[in-house]
Ligand binder design. Structure first.
Ligand SMILES: O=P(O)(O)OC[C@H]1O[C@H](O[C@H]2O[C@H](CO)[C@@H](O)[C@H](O)[C@H]2O)[C@H](O)[C@@H](O)[C@@H]1O
Length: 302
């Protein structure tokens, strides 16, 4: 485990410069390259709210993402099911990876709204569909007497939310999740913001999904004249599961080909090179990307 490595917030921001306040540092890294933009949903495009079904994204944010996708290949990578996150985002021109990357699909349309025939699709844990149905049923039954628990079926992952559960009852939710994960070797427990998650035990995460999508994009970008070294990948996310994507960028690409941006209002151990305070700053940053693209500072799709 990585230890805390800062004394105060200012020192932390020295390690993770704010990409809005210190835009020049971001521009130094990305200048002259085409971006590929990967975005988490909850806590990044939409603020965290008590009820998962009400985590709506603002129209302003939707427009910023739409404008981003016109200029740079853009994907959403979320812990939600792909269907649910695409219903929140409502943009058919994006790539989506739901269930923490276990359910990937290419855009339904071009950025001009033309239908796309050749569809990209990848589900590395397809065997787990029925298992996750069973896990959902079991979690609902076993948590029925724990007031406030909310079980969310995310296709290849099941979330047991405990945000609305009283503090003294929260260990019971975790015990149910532990019991289920212990009963089948193919299952593994993960955590998130006030949520325990049951996932299939596979060597796949948001980082692997990012690499899969980046590799899938490169041939098309090559046809448009962009070599792999002309492409700069960014991933913006706020949660522990987003760290896999930050690490993938650090390990597979390196600072000259990509960076992670952590959304956090307070210092946190993170593999992200940059930071943004909240979804309001994510909006500001995406708007700046559009402006930097239009000014030619960073390259855009033809
Ligand atoms: O990868 P993400 O897109 O960030 O999804 C991660 C989880 O997000 C959702 O839960 C979180 O946000 C909720 C709405 O703000 C909040 O109520 C909850 O406490 C958070 O954990 C989503 O409901 C989960 O299924 C996702 O796995």
């Amino acid at each position: 485990m990585i230890e805390k490595y800062w004394n105060d917030e200012e020192e932390w921001r020295g390690y993770h410069p704010n990409a809005c306040d210190e835009e020049n540092k971001f521009v130094d890294a990305a200048e002259g390259k085409l971006l590929t933009v990967f975005l988490d949903y909850d806590g990044t495009l939409a603020p965290i709210v008590p009820e998962p079904d009400k985590a709506f994204m603002s129209d302003e944010m939707r427009e910023a993402v739409r404008q981003c996708a016109k200029r740079f290949p853009t994907a959403i990578i979320s812990g939600r099911s792909r269907q649910k996150v695409s219903q929140f985002v409502k943009l058919d021109e994006l790539y989506y990876a739901g269930s923490h990357g276990l359910d990937i699909a290419g855009p339904k349309t071009t950025t001009d709204g033309e239908p796309i025939e050749k569809k990209l699709a990848h589900q590395p844990a397809q065997w787990a569909r029925d298992v996750m149905d069973r896990v959902t049923k079991e979690l609902i039954e076993k948590c029925a007497d724990i007031p406030g628990t909310n079980i969310e079926h995310n296709m290849f992952c099941v979330s047991a939310h405990y945000r609305a559960v009283s503090e003294e009852l929260r260990p019971r939710v975790e015990a149910v999740v532990d019991e289920i994960c212990a009963s089948e070797e193919c299952l593994i427990k993960h955590d998130g913001k006030m949520v325990w998650e049951v996932r299939p035990r596979v060597a796949w995460d948001k980082g692997k999904a990012l690499s899969y999508l980046r590799d899938a994009l490169l041939p098309d970008l090559s046809e448009k004249g962009f070599r792999p070294e002309d492409v700069f990948t960014i991933y913006i996310g706020d949660d522990v599961t987003d760290e896999d994507a930050f690490m993938e960028i650090n390990e597979e690409l390196g600072d000259h080909l990509g960076v992670g941006l952590l959304v956090s209002s307070s210092p946190k151990v993170s593999a992200a090179k940059f930071s943004l305070r909240d979804s309001g700053e994510v909006l500001r940053f995406l708007t700046r990307l559009r402006e930097l693209g239009d000014a030619g500072t960073i390259k855009t799709l033809p």
